[in-house]
Design a protein around this ligand. Sequence first.
Ligand SMILES: C[S@@+](CC[C@H](N)C(=O)[O-])C[C@H]1O[C@@H](n2cnc3c(N)ncnc32)[C@H](O)[C@@H]1O
Length: 193
Amino acid sequence: MNVSRETEVLEQYAALIRKWNPAINLVAPSTLEQVKSRHIDDCLQLVDVSRSSSGNWVDIGSGGGLPGIVVAICRPDMRVHLVESDRRKCSFLRNAGRELKLTNLNVSTERIESINPLKADHISARALAPLPLLLSYVDRHLVSGGRAWLMKGRNWRTEVEAARETWRFDVTSHPSVTDSEAAILEISELRHA
Ligand SMILES: C[S@@+](CC[C@H](N)C(=O)[O-])C[C@H]1O[C@@H](n2cnc3c(N)ncnc32)[C@H](O)[C@@H]1O
């Protein structure tokens, strides 16, 4: 997708969130006015830092599609699978996939801990769970040699320390440009401690 088409589709996606949010609460209502700067730009950083990735991508706890739909828009070369347990949010996600013509998108209405292992090359999550629990989800669905991209808030260092009690992993932190204290954690070589 060329850059201007990508920008247009991202704008259409932002418009869908604005339209559906009063009914489904996809993002906190107080942040709805800044859906582009606060939410979509946040996810575009993930697209940037993972630019050299290939294979299949799984986004867990997708909610309104952040970051999964943004990845599907910006990476038409990858298959993107969204896993979300809330049926109404899944209806939104499927509808968004159709309206934005995302032929690389799949949506499963399932719980992450009970859906069959997805053998993902890449897994993303944003605002889903504390890192130790998140890593158990990643462990279930990531292939050996795969990579997780976890969008974390200001407590990310404490969460990494807590996670080291049960997990071993390599981590690179990519500082967030939308929030100086947040980071995208790029995690590889995950195994039980
Ligand atoms: C706080 S929202 C974040 C949504 C989105 N990632 C974002 O950043 O806007 C967490 C989402 O994860 C979903 N979720 C929570 N636990 C889940 C589970 N075990 N399996 C599947 N989805 C889950 C919830 O329904 C909710 O939509």
